[in-house]
Ligand binder design. Structure first.
Ligand SMILES: Cc1ncc(C[n+]2csc(CCOP(=O)(O)OP(=O)(O)O)c2C)c(N)n1
Ligand SMILES: CC(=O)[C@@H](O)[C@H](O)COP(=O)(O)O
Ligand SMILES: [Mg+2]
Length: 636
């Protein structure tokens, strides 16, 4: 890494010759492979942008020029070239380097949000600001072909194309994949452009040959070149960009640094918005990634830590995939939708068995939700399968396109709750609080495989309202059978009792925190504090059986892997107030409102007071506090 260690800023790149630059690319790849296979992270995407990032930082002058990375998972090389080689060993570790751009780490980093399809909007705003302030320099946005399938990208293109003289360069990092091959008409359009590379090479050869022919050669070449636009439009419909008013350069081999630099220099000199279309290969330079048909090592897991047992057992995602397939085999009306996360959301079994019953809309959650509304209006029962954090993007669609019409759409949110390593914007902590405001939407949080199966069945059996299931990242816990079931008006409003060592405190466990709450009850029992642990299953609306049960306890503690503010605990507190059965002590445990720094899920759960030890601590304190306080029953 002798060369890479000398790079303290992009300026150090400009003194290097071609051989050193090639050597530098090799050193970067070696470091990416060594470190990311150990710490985990986005190996494939970053191997695919080594030459592109070197070229970009040689042509443009960050941070005088602004560089925005869409989604940001492919910014490791950018970090290595902007003075962070020494910190790279701490990638994705608590207190270490983030796996995404991070403003606190560097003035070269602007956008921390890992939600895709935002870069062009940021870039339009940054360029507008530069123009209105008279600031020199450019804005460069690097966006993947997958992120280009997101609607926001085209809202931005529509505006960028209408703004004359924007000092904006859009670099399309086209590796033809999101996780899987990119889907949709746009993917076909980009594929057509990719084949244009052969056309450009043909034209170069023709130019060289014809210009060697005396007298007529040059005339013929000029005629051919004049026909180029028409021929190229016919062969390679890049008119999409140019008819919109954007200059299009490309396609360029994104691994030919010299060619990328030449295209970027042309773009920089153009004096208006330019699209530079780079063809890259996800996983380039590392055979196991290049040969990985699944997702080209899009995101690799951290290597097992010596002495720590690797994550064992089936994941929530795999279990859901099996349960959904079982349902779909009996229910021809069930159709699953994904937003470019088919395998990550567990839909591979269904796609393999019943391919027509899985729809991948690209990175387009808003379209997924309203398309599902249309499917439901058409008599189907759609299942929208997304990561919890990404449903934030489609709140209005859930509210006004689905719930307003009381449509039987089922949402399944994977990675609900704290996810940890992927930073603040990947935690799925907003769903319970945000969606509590959606009239008629019913929400369930399964605690294990058996309740996942049961809640999915109940959700798919609900035809007069939208339903939603949510579960966390990682391995399924062991099944946690109910000791007894406290019946409600119907089976979906009953409450499962998971543990009963006494009645000093009622512990309400939401979903996957059932195990932690049962463990907390054991700790409390050892300290002579009797606990009853219950799991309501359906948490919206709050089951009446839960309100009646909680109204009989002096101390109630709720625990949820989601925002405390506006979550399930606060909904129960409001119901107890309405029933005038407020307990002496009511503690609502949840994630504080804020953005969590990256760390492991376990570390952040403990930090938020949601590990079994922390839950036991808080419940013990609540019992102690209640002992010295008169009963509040009946108080408002
Ligand atoms: C709104 C949103 N939905 C889903 C994701 C999950 N996701 C992360 S990276 C990725 C694929 C991105 O593909 P592309 O933009 O082509 O970048 P590449 O990985 O190919 O470099 C997806 C779907 C996301 N980050 N944001
Ligand atoms: C940026 C990106 O790809 C994220 O969606 C992230 O990698 C998700 O990671 P997991 O699928 O491991 O939760
Ligand atoms: Mg891509």
């Amino acid at each position: 890494m002798e060369l890479l260690e000398r790079i303290k800023s992009p300026a150090d790149l400009r003194g290097l010759g071609p051989l050193d630059l090639d050597r530098l690319a090799g050193e970067i790849r070696a470091l990416l492979i060594e470190r990311v296979t150990r710490n985990g992270g986005h190996l494939g995407p970053n191997l695919g942008v080594v030459e592109l990032t070197i070229a970009l930082h040689r042509v443009f002058d960050s941070p005088r020029d602004s560089v925005v990375w869409d989604t940001g998972h492919q910014a490791y090389v950018h970090k290595l070239l902007t003075g962070r080689v020494a910190d790279f060993a701490t990638l994705r570790t608590r207190g270490g380097m983030s796996g995404y751009p991070c403003r606190a780490e560097s003035e070269h980093d602007l956008v921390e949000n890992s939600h895709a399809s935002t870069a062009l909007s940021y870039a339009d705003g940054l360029a507008h600001a530069r123009q209105s302030r008279g600031d020199p320099g450019h804005v460069v946005a690097v966006i993947g072909d997958g992120a280009l399938t997101g609607g926001m990208s085209w809202e931005a293109v529509n505006n960028i194309a209408a703004a004359p003289g924007r000092p904006l360069v859009v670099v399309i990092n086209d590796n033809a994949r999101s996780y899987a091959p990119t889907v949709g008409g746009l993917a076909r359009h980009l594929a057509a452009l990719r084949t244009a590379r052969g056309y450009e090479e043909f034209l170069e050869r023709a130019k060289h040959t014809l210009q060697g022919v005396p007298a007529v050669g040059d005339t013929v070449y000029r005629a051919l070149h004049g026909a180029k636009k028409g021929l190229k439009d016919f062969l390679t419909p890049q008119a999409l960009y140019e008819d919109l008013g954007l200059k299009y350069l490309g396609p360029v081999d994104g691994h030919d640094r010299t060619a990328v630099e030449a295209a970027l220099r042309r773009a920089r000199a153009f004096g208006g918005s330019v699209v530079v279309h780079c063809i890259t290969e996800k996983g380039r330079g590392y055979a196991p990634a290049e040969e990985d048909a699944r997702d080209r090592f899009h995101a690799v897991r951290a290597a097992p830590v010596p002495g720590q047992p690797p994550a064992a057992g089936q994941t929530w995602t795999a279990a859901f995939g099996e349960e959904l397939l079982a349902q779909a085999e009996c229910r021809p009306d069930v159709v699953a939708l994904t937003a470019a996360m088919l395998e990550p959301a567990g839909l591979l079994p269904l796609q393999r068995a019943l391919p027509a019953r899985v729809v991948d809309v690209g990175i387009a959650e808003q379209h997924a939700v309203t398309c599902a509304a249309g499917m439901a209006m058409g008599g189907l029962h759609p299942v929208v399968c997304v990561y919890a954090t990404f449903l934030n993007r489609a709140f209005d669609q859930v509210l006004m396109d689905v719930a307003l019409h009381r449509l039987p759409v089922t949402f399944v949110l994977d990675r609900a709750g704290i996810t940890g390593d992927d930073g603040a914007s990947h935690n799925g902590i907003w769903d319970l609080a945000a969606l509590r405001a959606v009239p008629g939407l019913r929400i369930a949080a399964p605690r294990d495989r058996a309740t996942l199966r049961r809640r999915l069945d109940e959700a798919l059996g609900t035809e007069d309202a939208p339903t939603l299931l949510r579960y966390p990242k990682g391995s399924l816990p062991a099944d946690l059978p109910a000791l007894e079931r406290i019946a409600g008006p119907d089976d979906t409003t009953s409450v499962d009792v998971l543990a009963r060592t006494g009645e000093d405190v009622l512990l309400v466990a939401v979903g996957a925190l059932g195990g932690a709450c049962v463990a907390a009850a054991r700790e409390l029992d050892d300290r002579g504090i009797g606990c009853t642990v219950v799991d309501p299953g359906w948490v919206k609306p709050v089951p009446r059986a839960l309100v009646e049960l909680a109204g009989r306890f002096d101390v109630v503690v709720t625990a949820e892997d989601g925002l405390r503010a506006g979550g399930v605990g606060e909904a129960l507190a409001a119901a107890l107030r309405d029933a005038r059965t407020v307990p002496r002590e009511l503690r609502v445990l949840g994630v504080p409102t804020g953005f969590l720094e990256h760390a492991s899920r376990a570390e952040l759960l403990d930090e938020c007071g949601l590990s079994s030890g922390r839950i036991a601590e808080e419940a013990g304190r609540a019992v102690a506090d209640a002992a010295g306080r008169p009963p509040l029953k009946g108080a408002v």
